[in-house]
Design a protein around this ligand. Sequence first.
Ligand code: SF4
Ligand code: F3S
Length: 107
Amino acid sequence: MAFVVTDNCIQCKYTDCVEVCPVDCFHEGPNFLVIDPNECIDCALCVPECPAQAIFAEDDLPASELKFIQINNELSKKWPVITHSKDPLPEAAEWDGKPNKLPHLKR
Ligand code: SF4
Ligand code: F3S
């Protein structure tokens, strides 16, 4: 099992999550973060850090978010590691909570 970043991170990217990860398994794209499932140790420390509540244990994923298992796996191989938080995206507050942001994902 691993933890998974889901839809509500897209266009928000608050990055609070990366500060607490003991194994540096977050990877950063233009408007989304993903977790490398091969590095995640399932500590759950990142879950309460996310202001957008976008991180779930794989076993707790709502049905609508199951597609993010494959997306985290694929993009973590492509994107660089991020280990320190930075400013959220400028329109994070407006995007937080909007449904179905996947079409906005920039790869
Ligand atoms: Fe990192 Fe732990 Fe979150 Fe996995 S569950 S991404 S190891 S903080
Ligand atoms: Fe995304 Fe939440 Fe981290 S919005 S960048 S998963 S703090």
